[in-house]
Design a protein. Sequence first.
Lengths: 117, 116
Amino acid sequence: NAGVTQTPKFQVLKTGQSMTLQCAQDMNHNSMYWYRQDPGMGLRLIYYSASEGTTDKGEVPNGYNVSRLNKREFSLRLESAAPSQTSVYFCASSVRRGQGASNSPLHFGNGTRLTVT
Amino acid sequence: QKEVEQNSGPLSVPEGAIASLNCTYSDRGSQSFFWYRQYSGKSPELIMFIYSNGDKEDGRFTAQLNKASQYVSLLIRDSQPSDSATYLCAVKATNAGGTSYGKLTFGQGTILTVHP
């Protein structure tokens, strides 16, 4: 049981280049998320997908696009990378709960360390 | 004001002592609260969650929640060097309809160092 798998683990881009970060989960979770983590800033939500076929902006969506390809896969695309996007990116998933439910912990992938020069 | 605030530390405690980590949040309607541990260079992993006022114990860890004062804390008893990590407090938002989608807001984390 792999859990949440992210690729690649490391990436170096030049300013203006594009790339897609891939994420897949095998836990049959409905909700998936992309976070970025910067020193002193904690984890900040970029985009999330509450269920297959839906995506919504998080706290810091500018410069990113996402695609929920199917229930398992949620990709993050940088169309024109900027040095400010140098960060560690985490994909996560959780079980979507309906009204009245309480807790839905996040399960994280191992992260992608992206450097934009 | 940040939605979820933590003292970034570092917090240094001797081995065997109690480590106390604190977190405050601004959304009074928040329902669920989580503590994640993150070792350097690794991904966060869930330690505990709590959603009722009071204490919740799990082994050496105790989470404390006070909704009236809008704070949540994590106590680590008999601290070990292996507990040295960054501890992230996370609060789950609830939309106006009352349905939770698991979207969490994280604090910036507290670095804990347990020295032998």
